[in-house]
Ligand binder design. Structure first.
Ligand code: FAD
Length: 508
Protein backbone atom coordinates (compact mmCIF):
# COMPACT_ATOMS: atom_id res chain seq x y z
CA UNK A 1 0.00 0.00 0.00
CA UNK A 2 1.23 3.47 -0.86
CA UNK A 3 0.15 6.70 0.78
CA UNK A 4 -0.40 9.45 -1.78
CA UNK A 5 0.41 12.80 -0.17
CA UNK A 6 -1.07 15.86 -1.87
CA UNK A 7 0.64 19.24 -1.79
CA UNK A 8 -1.52 20.63 1.02
CA UNK A 9 -1.36 17.49 3.16
CA UNK A 10 2.14 17.80 4.57
CA UNK A 11 1.36 16.26 7.96
CA UNK A 12 2.87 13.36 9.87
CA UNK A 13 1.33 13.98 13.29
CA UNK A 14 -2.20 12.84 12.33
CA UNK A 15 -3.60 10.86 9.42
CA UNK A 16 -2.30 7.91 7.40
CA UNK A 17 1.41 8.72 7.75
CA UNK A 18 1.35 8.31 11.55
CA UNK A 19 1.47 4.51 11.41
CA UNK A 20 2.70 3.90 7.88
CA UNK A 21 6.25 2.84 7.26
CA UNK A 22 5.79 1.82 3.64
CA UNK A 23 5.92 3.70 0.38
CA UNK A 24 4.86 7.30 -0.15
CA UNK A 25 3.99 8.92 -3.47
CA UNK A 26 4.11 12.66 -4.09
CA UNK A 27 3.35 14.25 -7.45
CA UNK A 28 4.52 17.72 -8.40
CA UNK A 29 2.19 18.49 -11.30
CA UNK A 30 3.05 21.66 -13.18
CA UNK A 31 -0.21 21.90 -15.14
CA UNK A 32 -1.97 22.38 -11.82
CA UNK A 33 0.17 25.41 -11.15
CA UNK A 34 -0.80 26.95 -14.48
CA UNK A 35 -4.56 26.77 -13.99
CA UNK A 36 -4.69 30.22 -12.40
CA UNK A 37 -2.22 33.10 -12.38
CA UNK A 38 -1.15 31.98 -8.89
CA UNK A 39 1.06 34.27 -6.86
CA UNK A 40 4.70 33.29 -7.45
CA UNK A 41 5.27 33.07 -3.68
CA UNK A 42 2.35 30.68 -3.34
CA UNK A 43 3.81 28.33 -5.93
CA UNK A 44 7.29 28.66 -4.48
CA UNK A 45 5.87 27.93 -1.05
CA UNK A 46 3.91 24.84 -2.07
CA UNK A 47 6.69 23.32 -4.15
CA UNK A 48 9.42 24.11 -1.60
CA UNK A 49 7.30 22.75 1.26
CA UNK A 50 6.54 19.57 -0.69
CA UNK A 51 10.20 18.98 -1.44
CA UNK A 52 11.29 19.64 2.16
CA UNK A 53 8.54 17.31 3.37
CA UNK A 54 9.78 14.64 0.98
CA UNK A 55 13.31 15.05 2.39
CA UNK A 56 12.00 14.78 5.92
CA UNK A 57 10.08 11.58 5.15
CA UNK A 58 13.12 10.10 3.47
CA UNK A 59 15.21 11.05 6.49
CA UNK A 60 12.74 9.13 8.63
CA UNK A 61 13.19 6.02 6.48
CA UNK A 62 10.21 6.23 4.10
CA UNK A 63 10.63 5.25 0.48
CA UNK A 64 9.28 8.34 -1.23
CA UNK A 65 8.62 8.41 -4.96
CA UNK A 66 8.58 12.12 -5.87
CA UNK A 67 7.34 12.50 -9.41
CA UNK A 68 7.83 15.79 -11.22
CA UNK A 69 5.63 15.88 -14.27
CA UNK A 70 3.19 17.98 -16.23
CA UNK A 71 -0.04 16.36 -15.09
CA UNK A 72 -1.31 14.24 -12.24
CA UNK A 73 -2.36 11.56 -14.74
CA UNK A 74 1.25 11.31 -15.93
CA UNK A 75 2.53 10.93 -12.38
CA UNK A 76 0.00 8.23 -11.57
CA UNK A 77 0.69 6.43 -14.85
CA UNK A 78 4.40 6.29 -14.05
CA UNK A 79 3.65 5.07 -10.53
CA UNK A 80 1.44 2.19 -11.61
CA UNK A 81 3.88 1.21 -14.31
CA UNK A 82 6.50 0.79 -11.63
CA UNK A 83 4.07 -0.80 -9.13
CA UNK A 84 1.25 -2.52 -11.02
CA UNK A 85 -1.88 -3.20 -8.94
CA UNK A 86 -0.66 -1.02 -6.11
CA UNK A 87 -3.32 0.29 -3.71
CA UNK A 88 -3.20 3.98 -2.94
CA UNK A 89 -4.53 5.67 0.18
CA UNK A 90 -5.11 9.40 0.22
CA UNK A 91 -6.56 11.91 2.66
CA UNK A 92 -9.76 13.35 1.18
CA UNK A 93 -8.78 16.34 -1.01
CA UNK A 94 -10.23 19.58 0.32
CA UNK A 95 -11.58 20.87 -2.97
CA UNK A 96 -15.07 19.92 -4.10
CA UNK A 97 -15.07 16.85 -6.36
CA UNK A 98 -11.33 16.33 -5.78
CA UNK A 99 -11.75 12.78 -4.46
CA UNK A 100 -13.89 11.74 -7.43
CA UNK A 101 -11.46 13.21 -9.94
CA UNK A 102 -8.58 11.44 -8.27
CA UNK A 103 -10.47 8.15 -8.15
CA UNK A 104 -11.05 8.35 -11.91
CA UNK A 105 -7.41 9.16 -12.62
CA UNK A 106 -6.24 6.25 -10.48
CA UNK A 107 -8.72 3.89 -12.11
CA UNK A 108 -7.56 5.05 -15.56
CA UNK A 109 -3.99 4.30 -14.51
CA UNK A 110 -5.05 0.79 -13.47
CA UNK A 111 -4.96 1.10 -9.67
CA UNK A 112 -7.31 1.52 -6.77
CA UNK A 113 -7.73 4.32 -4.28
CA UNK A 114 -8.93 4.46 -0.68
CA UNK A 115 -9.97 7.91 0.54
CA UNK A 116 -9.75 8.56 4.27
CA UNK A 117 -11.18 11.56 6.12
CA UNK A 118 -8.95 14.52 6.92
CA UNK A 119 -8.21 14.23 10.63
CA UNK A 120 -6.39 17.54 10.81
CA UNK A 121 -9.65 19.42 11.22
CA UNK A 122 -11.18 19.38 14.67
CA UNK A 123 -14.75 18.84 13.53
CA UNK A 124 -15.56 15.82 11.39
CA UNK A 125 -18.15 15.97 8.59
CA UNK A 126 -20.41 13.66 10.64
CA UNK A 127 -20.02 15.88 13.72
CA UNK A 128 -20.88 19.00 11.78
CA UNK A 129 -23.85 17.41 10.02
CA UNK A 130 -25.20 16.17 13.33
CA UNK A 131 -24.93 19.69 14.76
CA UNK A 132 -26.47 21.27 11.64
CA UNK A 133 -29.37 18.77 11.69
CA UNK A 134 -32.25 20.36 9.87
CA UNK A 135 -31.58 23.91 11.05
CA UNK A 136 -32.86 26.50 8.61
CA UNK A 137 -29.74 28.60 8.87
CA UNK A 138 -26.25 27.90 10.11
CA UNK A 139 -24.91 30.37 12.63
CA UNK A 140 -21.25 30.54 13.42
CA UNK A 141 -21.68 31.54 17.05
CA UNK A 142 -23.74 28.46 17.87
CA UNK A 143 -21.24 26.18 16.10
CA UNK A 144 -18.36 27.89 17.88
CA UNK A 145 -19.89 27.26 21.31
CA UNK A 146 -20.35 23.63 20.43
CA UNK A 147 -16.67 23.45 19.42
CA UNK A 148 -15.62 25.04 22.71
CA UNK A 149 -17.65 22.49 24.67
CA UNK A 150 -16.42 19.61 22.59
CA UNK A 151 -12.72 20.47 22.67
CA UNK A 152 -12.78 21.82 26.23
CA UNK A 153 -10.69 24.79 25.03
CA UNK A 154 -11.22 27.85 27.26
CA UNK A 155 -13.83 26.04 29.30
CA UNK A 156 -14.34 26.02 33.04
CA UNK A 157 -16.48 22.94 33.50
CA UNK A 158 -19.42 23.55 31.21
CA UNK A 159 -19.03 27.34 31.34
CA UNK A 160 -16.76 29.55 29.19
CA UNK A 161 -13.64 30.81 30.95
CA UNK A 162 -14.27 34.39 32.08
CA UNK A 163 -18.03 34.01 31.89
CA UNK A 164 -18.50 35.11 28.26
CA UNK A 165 -18.22 33.04 25.09
CA UNK A 166 -17.10 35.87 22.89
CA UNK A 167 -15.09 39.05 23.59
CA UNK A 168 -15.34 40.50 20.09
CA UNK A 169 -16.60 43.84 21.38
CA UNK A 170 -13.21 44.40 23.03
CA UNK A 171 -11.45 43.64 19.75
CA UNK A 172 -12.15 46.76 17.73
CA UNK A 173 -9.60 49.24 19.03
CA UNK A 174 -7.25 51.32 16.95
CA UNK A 175 -3.67 51.62 18.16
CA UNK A 176 -2.04 54.90 19.17
CA UNK A 177 -0.10 56.66 16.38
CA UNK A 178 3.28 55.55 17.72
CA UNK A 179 2.27 51.89 18.16
CA UNK A 180 4.76 49.39 16.74
CA UNK A 181 3.69 45.75 16.65
CA UNK A 182 6.44 43.16 17.15
CA UNK A 183 8.15 42.41 13.84
CA UNK A 184 6.88 39.41 11.87
CA UNK A 185 9.30 36.47 11.77
CA UNK A 186 11.73 35.87 8.93
CA UNK A 187 13.37 32.58 8.03
CA UNK A 188 16.69 31.40 6.68
CA UNK A 189 16.26 29.26 3.58
CA UNK A 190 18.77 26.74 2.34
CA UNK A 191 20.04 26.95 -1.24
CA UNK A 192 17.62 24.28 -2.44
CA UNK A 193 14.63 26.19 -1.10
CA UNK A 194 15.87 29.46 -2.60
CA UNK A 195 16.27 27.75 -5.96
CA UNK A 196 12.69 26.43 -5.86
CA UNK A 197 11.34 29.89 -5.02
CA UNK A 198 13.29 31.48 -7.85
CA UNK A 199 12.37 28.69 -10.25
CA UNK A 200 8.66 29.06 -9.42
CA UNK A 201 8.93 32.77 -10.08
CA UNK A 202 10.52 32.34 -13.50
CA UNK A 203 8.55 29.25 -14.52
CA UNK A 204 5.04 30.41 -13.74
CA UNK A 205 4.88 34.20 -13.89
CA UNK A 206 4.74 34.65 -17.64
CA UNK A 207 1.12 35.74 -17.48
CA UNK A 208 1.85 38.46 -14.97
CA UNK A 209 3.72 40.51 -17.52
CA UNK A 210 0.60 40.80 -19.67
CA UNK A 211 -2.56 42.86 -19.11
CA UNK A 212 -4.49 42.79 -16.84
CA UNK A 213 -1.82 41.65 -14.39
CA UNK A 214 0.47 44.62 -14.67
CA UNK A 215 3.86 42.90 -14.30
CA UNK A 216 6.29 43.08 -11.38
CA UNK A 217 4.51 40.70 -9.06
CA UNK A 218 6.53 39.61 -6.08
CA UNK A 219 10.26 39.70 -5.69
CA UNK A 220 11.68 36.27 -4.78
CA UNK A 221 13.87 38.04 -2.18
CA UNK A 222 10.77 39.13 -0.32
CA UNK A 223 9.54 35.57 0.17
CA UNK A 224 8.91 35.15 3.90
CA UNK A 225 6.81 32.04 4.65
CA UNK A 226 7.74 28.94 6.64
CA UNK A 227 8.43 26.01 4.32
CA UNK A 228 9.30 23.32 6.88
CA UNK A 229 7.62 22.03 10.01
CA UNK A 230 10.47 23.45 12.11
CA UNK A 231 10.01 26.90 10.60
CA UNK A 232 6.25 26.69 11.06
CA UNK A 233 6.69 25.78 14.73
CA UNK A 234 9.05 28.74 15.10
CA UNK A 235 6.45 31.02 13.51
CA UNK A 236 3.89 29.72 15.99
CA UNK A 237 6.25 30.33 18.92
CA UNK A 238 7.02 33.83 17.73
CA UNK A 239 3.33 34.63 17.52
CA UNK A 240 2.54 33.17 20.96
CA UNK A 241 5.52 34.93 22.52
CA UNK A 242 5.26 38.38 21.03
CA UNK A 243 2.13 39.28 19.04
CA UNK A 244 -0.62 37.34 20.75
CA UNK A 245 -1.09 39.69 23.73
CA UNK A 246 -2.31 42.51 21.49
CA UNK A 247 -3.87 40.33 18.80
CA UNK A 248 -7.32 40.94 20.29
CA UNK A 249 -7.65 44.70 20.66
CA UNK A 250 -6.02 45.47 17.29
CA UNK A 251 -7.55 42.57 15.35
CA UNK A 252 -9.62 44.89 13.13
CA UNK A 253 -7.14 47.76 12.91
CA UNK A 254 -5.41 48.69 9.64
CA UNK A 255 -2.19 50.67 9.38
CA UNK A 256 -0.51 51.70 6.16
CA UNK A 257 3.00 50.93 7.40
CA UNK A 258 2.15 47.73 9.31
CA UNK A 259 1.07 44.99 6.94
CA UNK A 260 0.91 42.26 9.56
CA UNK A 261 -0.22 44.16 12.67
CA UNK A 262 -0.56 41.50 15.39
CA UNK A 263 -1.91 38.76 13.15
CA UNK A 264 -0.43 35.30 13.42
CA UNK A 265 0.49 34.79 9.72
CA UNK A 266 -0.21 31.10 10.31
CA UNK A 267 -2.87 30.46 7.65
CA UNK A 268 -0.33 29.35 5.02
CA UNK A 269 1.39 26.70 7.20
CA UNK A 270 -1.99 25.62 8.61
CA UNK A 271 -3.50 25.14 5.17
CA UNK A 272 -0.46 23.20 3.96
CA UNK A 273 -0.54 20.88 6.97
CA UNK A 274 2.78 22.04 8.42
CA UNK A 275 0.80 22.85 11.58
CA UNK A 276 -2.46 21.40 12.86
CA UNK A 277 -5.22 23.60 14.28
CA UNK A 278 -5.13 21.65 17.57
CA UNK A 279 -1.44 22.29 18.18
CA UNK A 280 -1.77 25.95 17.23
CA UNK A 281 -4.59 26.49 19.70
CA UNK A 282 -2.87 24.46 22.42
CA UNK A 283 0.34 26.49 22.07
CA UNK A 284 -1.71 29.67 22.46
CA UNK A 285 -3.54 28.28 25.48
CA UNK A 286 -0.21 27.32 27.08
CA UNK A 287 0.97 30.90 26.63
CA UNK A 288 -2.30 32.13 28.16
CA UNK A 289 -1.87 29.97 31.25
CA UNK A 290 1.86 30.63 31.68
CA UNK A 291 1.75 34.39 31.17
CA UNK A 292 -1.76 35.35 32.17
CA UNK A 293 -2.40 36.95 28.77
CA UNK A 294 -5.53 39.03 28.05
CA UNK A 295 -8.52 36.77 27.54
CA UNK A 296 -9.95 38.87 24.68
CA UNK A 297 -6.79 38.21 22.64
CA UNK A 298 -6.70 34.50 23.39
CA UNK A 299 -10.42 33.93 22.90
CA UNK A 300 -10.39 36.03 19.72
CA UNK A 301 -7.65 33.86 18.24
CA UNK A 302 -9.15 30.55 19.36
CA UNK A 303 -12.49 31.59 17.79
CA UNK A 304 -10.84 32.14 14.40
CA UNK A 305 -9.20 28.73 14.39
CA UNK A 306 -11.73 26.37 16.01
CA UNK A 307 -14.74 28.46 14.97
CA UNK A 308 -14.48 30.25 11.66
CA UNK A 309 -11.93 28.04 9.94
CA UNK A 310 -13.78 24.81 10.74
CA UNK A 311 -17.22 26.33 10.13
CA UNK A 312 -16.34 27.59 6.67
CA UNK A 313 -14.75 24.33 5.67
CA UNK A 314 -18.06 22.58 6.32
CA UNK A 315 -20.12 25.31 4.69
CA UNK A 316 -18.00 24.72 1.58
CA UNK A 317 -18.41 20.94 1.81
CA UNK A 318 -22.18 21.17 2.16
CA UNK A 319 -22.96 24.04 -0.19
CA UNK A 320 -20.80 23.18 -3.18
CA UNK A 321 -21.10 23.19 -6.15
CA UNK A 322 -23.82 25.89 -5.97
CA UNK A 323 -21.77 28.09 -3.65
CA UNK A 324 -19.06 28.71 -6.25
CA UNK A 325 -21.45 30.56 -8.55
CA UNK A 326 -23.97 31.84 -6.00
CA UNK A 327 -24.94 35.42 -6.76
CA UNK A 328 -28.20 36.25 -5.01
CA UNK A 329 -27.76 39.99 -5.63
CA UNK A 330 -27.14 39.35 -9.31
CA UNK A 331 -23.94 41.39 -9.36
CA UNK A 332 -22.47 41.45 -12.86
CA UNK A 333 -19.62 44.00 -12.97
CA UNK A 334 -16.11 42.92 -13.93
CA UNK A 335 -13.36 43.29 -11.39
CA UNK A 336 -11.57 46.62 -11.99
CA UNK A 337 -8.12 46.09 -13.46
CA UNK A 338 -6.48 47.89 -10.55
CA UNK A 339 -7.08 44.79 -8.38
CA UNK A 340 -4.23 43.28 -10.42
CA UNK A 341 -2.04 46.32 -11.01
CA UNK A 342 -2.58 48.23 -7.77
CA UNK A 343 -2.87 51.41 -9.84
CA UNK A 344 -5.48 53.49 -8.10
CA UNK A 345 -5.31 56.74 -6.16
CA UNK A 346 -7.44 55.32 -3.35
CA UNK A 347 -4.86 55.00 -0.58
CA UNK A 348 -6.45 51.99 1.12
CA UNK A 349 -6.91 49.85 -1.98
CA UNK A 350 -3.57 50.85 -3.42
CA UNK A 351 -1.68 49.87 -0.26
CA UNK A 352 -3.53 46.62 0.38
CA UNK A 353 -3.21 45.49 -3.25
CA UNK A 354 0.48 46.41 -3.20
CA UNK A 355 0.84 44.07 -0.21
CA UNK A 356 -0.93 41.26 -2.04
CA UNK A 357 1.31 41.72 -5.08
CA UNK A 358 4.46 41.83 -2.96
CA UNK A 359 3.84 39.02 -0.51
CA UNK A 360 0.54 37.28 -1.28
CA UNK A 361 -0.99 38.36 1.99
CA UNK A 362 -3.24 40.89 3.64
CA UNK A 363 -4.93 40.43 6.97
CA UNK A 364 -8.55 39.58 7.51
CA UNK A 365 -10.08 43.00 7.87
CA UNK A 366 -8.25 44.25 4.78
CA UNK A 367 -9.60 41.26 2.84
CA UNK A 368 -13.13 41.81 4.13
CA UNK A 369 -13.58 45.55 4.60
CA UNK A 370 -11.28 46.94 1.89
CA UNK A 371 -11.01 44.41 -0.93
CA UNK A 372 -14.28 42.52 -0.85
CA UNK A 373 -16.28 45.44 0.55
CA UNK A 374 -15.22 47.62 -2.39
CA UNK A 375 -15.95 44.85 -4.92
CA UNK A 376 -19.33 44.27 -3.29
CA UNK A 377 -20.51 47.87 -3.42
CA UNK A 378 -19.02 48.29 -6.91
CA UNK A 379 -21.11 45.29 -8.02
CA UNK A 380 -18.45 42.72 -8.95
CA UNK A 381 -19.60 39.21 -9.79
CA UNK A 382 -18.68 37.06 -6.74
CA UNK A 383 -17.14 34.20 -8.77
CA UNK A 384 -14.75 36.62 -10.49
CA UNK A 385 -13.69 38.09 -7.16
CA UNK A 386 -13.18 34.55 -5.87
CA UNK A 387 -10.80 33.82 -8.75
CA UNK A 388 -8.82 36.92 -7.87
CA UNK A 389 -8.47 35.94 -4.21
CA UNK A 390 -7.63 32.37 -5.17
CA UNK A 391 -4.86 33.55 -7.47
CA UNK A 392 -3.38 36.26 -5.31
CA UNK A 393 -2.82 34.80 -1.85
CA UNK A 394 -0.25 32.40 -0.46
CA UNK A 395 -2.85 30.77 1.79
CA UNK A 396 -5.60 30.48 -0.86
CA UNK A 397 -7.36 27.21 -1.65
CA UNK A 398 -10.78 26.86 -3.21
CA UNK A 399 -12.28 25.40 0.02
CA UNK A 400 -11.37 28.47 2.01
CA UNK A 401 -11.66 31.33 -0.49
CA UNK A 402 -15.10 30.31 -1.74
CA UNK A 403 -17.11 30.61 1.52
CA UNK A 404 -15.08 33.65 2.56
CA UNK A 405 -15.34 35.51 -0.74
CA UNK A 406 -18.65 34.41 -2.21
CA UNK A 407 -20.63 34.25 1.01
CA UNK A 408 -18.94 36.37 3.68
CA UNK A 409 -17.49 39.02 1.40
CA UNK A 410 -20.06 39.15 -1.42
CA UNK A 411 -23.26 38.06 0.36
CA UNK A 412 -23.63 35.63 -2.52
CA UNK A 413 -25.75 32.89 -1.03
CA UNK A 414 -27.25 33.86 2.34
CA UNK A 415 -26.18 30.53 3.87
CA UNK A 416 -24.80 32.03 7.06
CA UNK A 417 -24.26 35.74 6.35
CA UNK A 418 -27.24 37.64 7.69
CA UNK A 419 -26.35 40.87 5.92
CA UNK A 420 -23.76 42.16 3.45
CA UNK A 421 -20.46 43.48 4.84
CA UNK A 422 -20.93 46.78 3.01
CA UNK A 423 -19.57 50.03 4.30
CA UNK A 424 -18.68 53.54 3.24
CA UNK A 425 -15.46 55.49 3.86
CA UNK A 426 -16.64 55.99 7.43
CA UNK A 427 -15.60 52.48 8.48
CA UNK A 428 -12.27 52.67 6.63
CA UNK A 429 -11.51 55.96 8.35
CA UNK A 430 -12.49 54.66 11.79
CA UNK A 431 -10.35 51.53 11.58
CA UNK A 432 -7.33 52.75 9.59
CA UNK A 433 -4.93 55.61 8.97
CA UNK A 434 -5.47 55.52 5.21
CA UNK A 435 -7.86 58.43 4.77
CA UNK A 436 -5.54 61.10 6.11
CA UNK A 437 -3.05 60.53 3.26
CA UNK A 438 -5.60 59.88 0.51
CA UNK A 439 -6.35 62.36 -2.28
CA UNK A 440 -10.05 61.49 -2.03
CA UNK A 441 -12.21 63.21 0.59
CA UNK A 442 -13.61 60.71 3.04
CA UNK A 443 -16.56 62.93 4.03
CA UNK A 444 -17.69 63.79 0.51
CA UNK A 445 -20.11 61.56 -1.38
CA UNK A 446 -20.55 63.43 -4.66
CA UNK A 447 -18.57 66.01 -6.57
CA UNK A 448 -14.95 66.00 -7.64
CA UNK A 449 -12.61 64.27 -5.20
CA UNK A 450 -15.33 62.51 -3.19
CA UNK A 451 -14.24 59.12 -1.88
CA UNK A 452 -15.58 56.40 -4.22
CA UNK A 453 -16.52 54.20 -1.26
CA UNK A 454 -19.30 56.69 -0.41
CA UNK A 455 -21.16 56.93 -3.72
CA UNK A 456 -20.76 53.20 -4.36
CA UNK A 457 -22.08 52.42 -0.88
CA UNK A 458 -25.34 54.37 -1.27
CA UNK A 459 -25.68 53.26 -4.87
CA UNK A 460 -25.31 49.63 -3.73
CA UNK A 461 -28.11 50.03 -1.18
CA UNK A 462 -30.27 51.77 -3.76
CA UNK A 463 -29.63 49.15 -6.47
CA UNK A 464 -30.34 46.26 -4.15
CA UNK A 465 -33.28 47.73 -2.29
CA UNK A 466 -35.69 44.95 -3.30
CA UNK A 467 -33.43 42.28 -1.85
CA UNK A 468 -32.13 44.11 1.21
CA UNK A 469 -34.68 46.56 2.61
CA UNK A 470 -36.77 43.85 4.27
CA UNK A 471 -33.69 42.47 6.06
CA UNK A 472 -34.23 43.52 9.68
CA UNK A 473 -30.47 44.06 10.15
CA UNK A 474 -30.53 46.65 7.36
CA UNK A 475 -33.32 48.78 8.80
CA UNK A 476 -31.07 51.52 10.14
CA UNK A 477 -29.06 51.98 6.94
CA UNK A 478 -32.22 52.13 4.85
CA UNK A 479 -33.59 54.78 7.19
CA UNK A 480 -30.45 56.82 6.37
CA UNK A 481 -31.01 56.18 2.68
CA UNK A 482 -34.57 57.40 3.10
CA UNK A 483 -33.25 60.68 4.55
CA UNK A 484 -31.68 61.45 1.20
CA UNK A 485 -33.79 63.49 -1.18
CA UNK A 486 -34.43 62.62 -4.84
CA UNK A 487 -31.83 65.12 -6.10
CA UNK A 488 -29.18 63.76 -3.77
CA UNK A 489 -29.89 60.18 -4.83
CA UNK A 490 -29.74 61.17 -8.49
CA UNK A 491 -26.35 62.81 -7.92
CA UNK A 492 -25.14 59.65 -6.15
CA UNK A 493 -26.23 57.43 -9.02
CA UNK A 494 -24.52 59.73 -11.51
CA UNK A 495 -21.33 59.83 -9.46
CA UNK A 496 -21.30 56.02 -9.16
CA UNK A 497 -21.78 55.64 -12.92
CA UNK A 498 -18.94 58.09 -13.64
CA UNK A 499 -16.64 56.38 -11.16
CA UNK A 500 -17.36 53.04 -12.78
CA UNK A 501 -16.38 54.48 -16.16
CA UNK A 502 -13.19 55.82 -14.64
CA UNK A 503 -12.40 52.47 -13.06
CA UNK A 504 -12.86 50.80 -16.43
CA UNK A 505 -10.46 53.34 -17.99
CA UNK A 506 -7.94 52.66 -15.20
CA UNK A 507 -8.31 56.16 -13.81
CA UNK A 508 -9.69 55.82 -10.29
P1 FAD B 1 -5.14 35.54 11.97
O1 FAD B 1 -5.89 36.80 11.97
O2 FAD B 1 -3.94 35.45 12.84
O3 FAD B 1 -6.18 34.39 12.38
C1 FAD B 1 -5.75 33.12 12.88
C2 FAD B 1 -6.17 31.99 12.00
O4 FAD B 1 -7.57 31.82 12.01
C3 FAD B 1 -5.80 32.12 10.54
O5 FAD B 1 -4.46 31.72 10.32
C4 FAD B 1 -6.80 31.20 9.86
O6 FAD B 1 -6.30 29.89 9.81
C5 FAD B 1 -7.99 31.25 10.78
N1 FAD B 1 -9.06 32.08 10.23
C6 FAD B 1 -9.43 33.31 10.65
N2 FAD B 1 -10.51 33.74 9.97
C7 FAD B 1 -10.80 32.78 9.09
C8 FAD B 1 -11.78 32.65 8.09
N3 FAD B 1 -12.70 33.61 7.87
N4 FAD B 1 -11.75 31.56 7.31
C9 FAD B 1 -10.83 30.59 7.50
N5 FAD B 1 -9.88 30.66 8.46
C10 FAD B 1 -9.87 31.73 9.23
N6 FAD B 1 -8.14 32.37 4.82
C11 FAD B 1 -7.32 31.47 4.26
O7 FAD B 1 -6.72 30.65 4.96
N7 FAD B 1 -7.14 31.43 2.91
C12 FAD B 1 -7.77 32.31 2.08
O8 FAD B 1 -7.58 32.25 0.87
C13 FAD B 1 -8.65 33.27 2.65
N8 FAD B 1 -9.30 34.17 1.86
C14 FAD B 1 -10.14 35.08 2.43
C15 FAD B 1 -10.84 35.97 1.63
C16 FAD B 1 -11.73 36.87 2.18
C17 FAD B 1 -12.54 37.79 1.31
C18 FAD B 1 -11.91 36.91 3.57
C19 FAD B 1 -12.88 37.86 4.19
C20 FAD B 1 -11.20 36.04 4.39
C21 FAD B 1 -10.31 35.12 3.84
N9 FAD B 1 -9.59 34.22 4.64
C22 FAD B 1 -8.79 33.28 4.06
C23 FAD B 1 -9.76 34.20 6.10
C24 FAD B 1 -8.75 35.10 6.86
O9 FAD B 1 -8.80 36.40 6.35
C25 FAD B 1 -7.33 34.54 6.79
O10 FAD B 1 -7.33 33.22 7.26
C26 FAD B 1 -6.36 35.34 7.63
O11 FAD B 1 -6.38 36.69 7.25
C27 FAD B 1 -4.97 34.76 7.51
O12 FAD B 1 -4.04 35.55 8.19
P2 FAD B 1 -3.48 35.13 9.61
O13 FAD B 1 -2.96 33.75 9.58
O14 FAD B 1 -2.52 36.19 10.01
O15 FAD B 1 -4.80 35.14 10.48
Amino acid sequence: MTVLVLGDQLTRTVGPLTDHDGRVLMIEARAFARRHPYHPHKLGLVFAAMRRFRDRLRGAGHAVAYRQCETFAEGLGAHFEAHPDDELTVVRPASHGGADRLRELVADAGGSLTVVEDERFLCSPAGFDEWAGDRDSLTHESFYRRMRRETGYLMDGDQPVGGEWNYDEQNRETPPDDYEPPAPPTFEYDDGTREVIEWAESEFTGGYDEPPYGGDWADPDEFRWPVTREQALRALDRFAESRLPEFGPYQDAMREDEWAMNHSLLSAPLNLGLLTPAEVVERVLDAYRERDLPLNSVEGFVRQVIGWREFLRHVYRREMPELATANQLDQQESLPEFYWTGETDMACLSDVIDGVRRRGYSHHIERLMILSNFALIYGVEPAELNRWFHAGYVDAYHWVTTPNVVEMGSFGAGVFATKPYASSANYVDKMSDYCSGCPYYKTKTTGEGACPFNAFYWDFLDRNEDELRSNHRMGLVYSHLDDKGDDEMEAIRERAAKLRERAERGDL
